[in-house]
Write a protein that binds this ligand. Sequence first.
Ligand code: PBG
Length: 343
Amino acid sequence: MSPLHRAATHKASPRDRPRRLRSTAAVRRLATETRVHPGDLVLPLFVKEGLTAARPIASMPGVVQHSRASLRAAVEAAADAGLAGVMLFGVPLVRDATGSGATDPEGILNLAIADAVDAARGRLVVMADLCLDEFTDHGHCGVLRTDPDGTVVVDNDATLERYTAMALVQARAGAHLVGLSGMMDHQTAAVRDALDAAGFSDVLVLAYAAKYASAFYGPFREAVESTLEGDRRAYQMDPANRREAAREVAADVAEGADVVMVKPALAYLDVLADVAATSPVPVAAYQVSGEYAMIEAAAANGWIDRRRAVEESVVSIRRAGADLILTYWATELAGWLTEGTTP
Ligand code: PBG
């Protein structure tokens, strides 16, 4: 029976005093249905080629593009805070049509993976974004093809070849998990097979199974200096669709995904709850750049209480069913969570 159904059939009695369970901080702690633990959190990190010091991202106050050295420090802080993992995004200096930098073992993301693995010393899971958009000069998540009628499309199967090559380079750099964020059909199967054939059967695959074409990625585009013109609606999902998410998740699970993700988080909690109710593998949710920026901007204006808004947004994502939450507040939030454990 669902919680709502149970509540609807519950017979009210004059002895019912729900407020008793809210009466003191100690009682509320006992009655809470949802807890967030540092081990549920993953910190996304940006590393930019050629930087000698971290550089702020204007649209994401408090988030930076890291240099290789500052990235190591951020990974160490994340491990000290007890986070589940870090998700790495690379920002190269040079881009081209096929995103060559993504498969260059000396490319910024691949160097950063090795740095992060070294800094983490096994204390957290080092995850690498597996997508081409940061490396292509056109900014799309795959390689382009011009059809006979002149339309330019992202070529699904040609892109899979780039993804499998990228997966092998990332695995050789030491990535524990690859995060497939490109929304190409069959990307999970292609990458799983390529990893297995090369002896990397222990490398995990996280599939961005239900990734929507969202306006909430806006600040991320500044973070990775995206060159995209137009949009990604021909591969990312329509925000109006819920049933379609089940289809995407089922496909990724069948193709061997170890973790499936819903993204963004807050505007898609219904989708997240659906996925969490049926997924046989852990479910992640990505609290994206726009979700971060909105709370930071409102808090900077004094319009909301920053800490409470951050905590409420993350607990909501957990309550909807996420096992793992990618959030730019991960390290700071983990500090608050552990500070609250001794009453
Ligand atoms: C694409 C990618 C995006 C994000 C993560 N991976 C942007 C996009 O799809 O346009 C967005 C993350 C965020 O907004 O925080 N590889």
